[in-house]
Write a protein that binds this ligand. Structure first.
Ligand SMILES: NC(=O)c1ccc[n+]([C@@H]2O[C@H](COP(=O)([O-])OP(=O)(O)OC[C@H]3O[C@@H](n4cnc5c(N)ncnc54)[C@H](OP(=O)(O)O)[C@@H]3O)[C@@H](O)[C@H]2O)c1
Length: 244
């Protein structure tokens, strides 16, 4: 990709959490190509494939319990993108009906989609650059919009993303008070061809199923455009705001 524009400077230091995921790895690749990005911290639970960890990419592992220690090893950051999330696991899928609700599965989904991004934001927001533009973005989903919910179903995923959106808004209010050039936003990547969407792609028109590379490029376009006035909002890949 060309330079990361929109008020970002030079020698940028950026971090992607969930860097081993479909969208996360595409974001790492795009950012690594930008000539004004000095280092991309690719942060993943699984340890990244060695071929992906060539400068300017620096791979780092983390667990739920060491986010605070990880933050101590990072420099001041211009951009952090939290690209983790789950919709289904080996033994469970999104609920079709209220009859499918289970405490264990709700906890799993909220853990990854809401609690971890909030804990990552807790540790990363104090590390953001204060005097120049900085952006913290978490991957959310359009289905987390309460006003947009016409089909029902997917209880835990929808609710966990709605709760994530509230975390983003609340973090934004606190953060942007002191970090005047910053934005804390949520992003909807579109329907993207990744492991997360794989079982649900049958009914998606071909032109509406994005490659991770396309989605990553559009999301970075949005990141370029946002500033303090947009902080706390959720945006789709095409820049449209998604209402709560
Ligand atoms: N694909 C779509 O159509 C779509 C649509 C709307 C929203 N989204 C959102 O976009 C984001 C990225 O999704 P994706 O499509 O790239 O999915 P993906 O390929 O399945 O990647 C998701 C990543 O989330 C991390 N993750 C999963 N389980 C975790 C756990 N228990 N603890 C910590 N991290 C965990 C993993 O990253 P590491 O292995 O690197 O740790 C995983 O690779 C998610 O927030 C998703 O909700 C996707």
């Amino acid at each position: 990709m060309p330079r990361l524009e929109g008020g970002f400077g030079d020698n940028l230091k950026v971090a992607v959490f969930g860097a081993g995921g479909g969208i996360g790895s595409a974001l790492v690749e795009s950012l690594a190509d930008a000539p004004n990005v000095e280092t991309v911290f690719a942060i993943s639970r699984q340890g990244m494939n060695g071929a992906q960890c060539i400068a300017p990419v620096r791979c780092m592992d983390y667990t739920d319990d060491n986010i605070e220690a990880l933050a101590r090893d990072l420099p001041e950051l211009d951009l952090v993108i939290c690209a983790l999330g789950i919709l289904h696991g080996e033994s469970f899928g999104p609920e079709k009906s209220r009859r499918d609700l289970s405490l264990e599965n709700m906890q799993r989904v909220f853990h990854v989609n809401t609690f971890l991004p909030a804990l990552i934001a807790k540790q990363m927001l104090p590390k953001m650059k204060r005097n120049t533009k900085s952006v913290f973005a978490a991957l959310s989903a359009r289905v987390g919009s309460i006003s947009d919910n016409r089909l029902g179903g997917w209880y835990s995923y929808r609710a966990s993303k709605a709760a994530l959106n509230m975390m983003i808004k609340t973090m934004a209010i606190e953060h942007t008070r002191r970090f005047k050039n910053s934005a804390v936003i949520g992003l909807h990547p579109g329907t993207v061809d990744t492991a997360l969407s794989k079982p649900f792609q049958n009914n998606v028109a071909k032109e509406k199923l994005f490659d991770p590379e396309f989605s990553a490029a559009r999301l970075l376009d949005v990141v370029e455009k946002v500033g303090p006035l947009e902080s706390g909002k959720i945006f789709a890949w095409d820049g449209q705001e998604i209402l709560p």
